[in-house]
Design a protein around this ligand. Structure first.
Ligand code: NAD
Length: 478
């Protein structure tokens, strides 16, 4: 059947104003670097340069940590909690007011479809600030003692897949608990963090409470290893997470790590197939599969294997790939040339290992970084594509016969961030959830997030929880 064609429906790009060049946000002001240099951030959908951004050097990081320390001691920690709460509510409201602009900025810098930045990322960012604004003056009821104390200055390093959402996950609970922060966004997606710096100014947040230092791995390392940091919060790859855990252990710093994943999305024979297929598509093609908790391993019960794969292929033929700012787009651009190379390499390995590769026919734009939605069938547990995180729109399909076998296969991974279960039987959902070694288990849905719900990993997916009451613990001296 021919694909239904939509006329282009581009969101207005002009709603987001991007400066030619950005300094570092330290002590409430944008300042020039003292020992860093400039680099460019591009749109992954067109490779066009969006802005020039600062790569902070160690002296810049030191200035930011000093400002955060001063603000912690003199302003933020002594402030009555209800006052802190007001600032967080104010930030949440400004995010809502500027939501359209922030969504455009996020899609331009990251490559994700505007439908997702507009309907998922930015609303969740605001929700997160609202949620933790509510906790700020109720910490003594959170279950961490009658007078819980903040930790001090938090150094926070985040990845590029949900740039502003990861910023919210880090900054909102830290501030609610009375800490001040120095945050480093990922090098390929600094723009919404810099817009957030403007929002802090707009909200009259006292100088030094939030500091944003842009840069790459070296800047991140300088921040993590700075002796003035009391707590490190990191989201990113397991490889870098291990280095950070070592550095924190040496310096006796508290730390929480949110790392990679290789989640199993498990479909039983009694699941409603069309609904499950939507969940499979959402599980692996949402945000181009750049999702730590992506359902990248599909486990299908053998009796419905053909039915599910046929329906999945049929659905994949309808996915629209292209301009992230087009409101019809389902799949946007891969975030960087480096990530695209990694996805291509692992997909090649999948073929070499003997799995069958399939993508729907689709035209990819001439410029930018693109990869078609892809599934591999005939995958065995030993295959690298079943074990390693691809972090792209690539699904590995395996089968099982019994719930016990599904559990054994699902847990056969060094990771443990999330899992999905599709069945009509409530008792089976509970049986599975009790046995899956994963921080989040979704039942008959996938990739659902809520600020009130804790999120985090088992094993090499990291430790510590973000979100919910549990997320406060990471920023309190308990
Ligand atoms: P990455 O680890 O390369 O980079 C993450 C951040 O760390 C970036 O800001 C980077 O500049 C910085 N960094 C790099 N080297 C550093 C070092 N030595 N010291 C300090 N900071 C350093 O990861 P990435 O490629 O940007 O992100 C993708 C990874 O993040 C995936 O593995 C994904 O699963 C994971 N992730 C996890 C979660 C979660 O909540 N568990 C959420 C999103 C992404």
């Amino acid at each position: 059947m021919p694909k239904f064609e939509y006329a282009p429906a581009p969101e207005s790009r002009s709603i987001a104003s991007i400066a030619e060049s950005y300094g570092l946000f330290i002590d409430g002001k944008f300042t020039d670097t003292v020992d860093g240099r400039m680099f460019k951030t591009i749109s992954p959908a067109s490779e066009e340069v969006l802005a020039e951004v600062t790569e902070a050097g160690p002296a810049d990081v030191d200035r930011a940590v000093t400002a955060a320390r001063r603000a912690y001691e003199q302003t933020w920690a002594p402030m009555p909690p209800a006052q802190r709460s007001k600032y967080l509510f104010r930030i949440a409201r400004i995010i809502q007011e500027r939501a359209r602009e922030l969504a455009v900025l996020e899609s331009l810098d990251n490559g994700k479809p505007i439908r997702e930045s507009r309907d998922t990322d930015i609303p969740l960012v605001a929700a997160h600030f609202f949620y933790y604004a509510g906790w700020a003056d109720k910490l003594e009821y959170a279950g961490y003692g009658t007078s819980p104390k903040p930790l001090g200055v938090a150094g926070q390093v985040i990845p590029w897949n949900f740039p502003m959402l990861m910023l919210a996950w880090k900054i909102a609970p830290a501030l609610a608990c009375g800490n001040t922060v120095v945050l480093k966004p990922a090098e390929t997606t600094p723009l919404t963090a810099l817009a957030f710096a403007e929002i802090c100014q707009q909200a009259d947040l006292p100088p030094g409470v939030v500091n944003i230092v842009t840069g790459a791995g070296d800047t991140g390392r300088a921040l993590v290893e700075h002796p003035g940091i009391d707590k490190v919060a990191f989201t990113g790859s397991t490889e870098v997470g291990k280095q950070i855990a070592k550095a924190c252990a040496r310096a006796h710093k508290k730390n929480t790590l949110e790392l990679g994943g290789k989640a199993a999305n498990i479909v039983f024979e009694d699941a409603p197939v069309d609904q499950a297929v939507e969940g499979i598509v959402n599980g692996i093609f949402f945000n181009q599969g750049h999702v730590c908790c992506a359902g990248s391993r599909l486990l299908v019960q053998e009796s419905v294997y053909e039915q599910v794969i046929d329906a999945l292929k049929h659905r994949m033929e309808k996915l629209r790939i292209g301009d992230p700012l087009d409101k019809n787009t389902d799949i946007g651009a891969i975030n960087s040339a480096a990530q695209l190379a990694k996805i291509r390499e692992l997909s090649k390995v999948g073929e070499e290992e003997g799995a069958a590769r399939w993508s729907p026919p689709c035209e990819l734009p001439a410029h930018g970084f693109w990869f078609p939605p892809t599934i591999f069938t005939g995958v065995s547990q030993a295959h690298r594509i079943a074990r390693e995180e691809i972090f792209g729109p690539v699904l590995s399909v395996l089968t099982f016969r019994t719930p016990e076998e599904a559990i054994q296969k699902a847990n056969n991974t060094p990771y443990g961030l999330s899992a999905g279960v599709w069945t009509e039987k409530g008792s089976l959902i509970l049986w599975m959830a009790a046995r899956l070694r994963a921080g989040v288990v979704w039942a008959n849905t996938f990739n659902r997030f809520d600020p009130a719900s804790p999120f985090g990993g088992y094993k090499e997916s990291g430790y510590g929880r973000e979100g919910g009451r549990h997320g406060l613990e990471a920023y309190l001296d308990v």
